[in-house]
Design a protein around this ligand. Structure first.
Ligand code: ZN
Ligand code: ZN
Length: 264
């Protein structure tokens, strides 16, 4: 079993599920069932009203065999991200972990099926370039520990027609320079693209640049913790990734990717 899951949404994009012991204990129970040792809660910054450091602290006291990390997924939502950024700055010292992500290009939510027609209205290479420009803005903000689903823009299988390798190198060089991790996420397996984020080419480029990785399933319900982790484990083995990053108060700690039987 892989040791960590660093991208989870207990509030499941709802505003009527604020953090409580009832909500969070289900995640602890499921983590224990799976043998998961380290779990970061990372609801979107737009749902910060329902987030509670106190509830996570209480959960930690009641479940000392698992590490819980207070985290958030900070994105570039044109309506909410300024607030989100201010909240992360204000609460930086209390947060363990911040995921950086881009869900908007040209002010539309490109990963939402509702806006899929927008892909026909723009040049796909432009969309990719803008997407990665936005990624670089978040990565250089000084407010994130790991970049989530780095090639999310492939979600509906629209691919650039130009070679963007130079851009990918710039993005990864920046991530390395900022000492940020890159997430490897199984979320893409449940989307039209049907593969892990990011693709193997980007993962290999990151390995070559000595970038660290966080691992995640992007669960929106407790029973989806470690979703498709068998496939993730196989990929890590294939790419010879033996260590992953976990975070305590933004301090990166590299740990063996697999929980060994003697691990406590
Ligand atoms: Zn996301
Ligand atoms: Zn997410």
């Amino acid at each position: 079993m892989l040791v960590a899951d660093y991208h989870n949404h207990p509030q499941a994009h709802r505003t009527d599920l604020p953090y409580s012991q009832k909500l969070l204990q289900a995640w602890a129970d499921r983590a224990r069932e799976l043998g998961l040792k380290d779990l970061a809660f990372t609801d979107h910054d737009r749902y910060k009203a329902g987030f509670s450091f106190d509830e996570i602290e209480l959960l930690q006291q009641n479940n000392q065999d698992i590490q819980f990390r207070a985290g958030i997924e900070l994105d570039n939502d044109p309506e909410t991200s300024a607030d989100g950024r201010a909240w992360v700055e204000k609460n930086w010292d209390k947060l363990d972990f911040v995921l950086g992500s881009v869900h908007f290009v040209k002010d539309f939510a490109f990963d939402h099926p509702h806006y899929i027609d927008q892909y026909q209205k723009h040049d796909i290479n432009d969309l990719y370039r803008e997407y990665y420009t936005n990624i670089m803005a978040i990565a250089s903000s000084g407010l994130v520990d790991s970049m989530a689903h780095l090639d999310l823009i492939k979600i509906f299988k629209f691919f650039p027609t130009e070679n963007l390798d130079e851009l990918y190198h710039d993005v990864l060089d920046l991530i390395k320079a900022k000492d940020i991790s890159m997430e490897i996420s199984t979320a893409g397996l449940r989307k039209p693209i049907g593969e892990i984020y990011p693709d193997k080419k980007l993962i290999q480029m990151a390995i070559d640049k000595d970038i660290s990785f966080t691992i995640a399933g992007d669960a929106h319900a407790a029973h989806d913790l470690c979703h498709n982790y068998d496939k993730l484990e196989a990929l890590l083995k294939e790419m010879d990734i033996t260590e992953v990053a976990v975070y305590q108060k933004h301090q990166k700690i590299l740990v063996p990717a697999l929980v060994t039987p003697c691990a406590k």
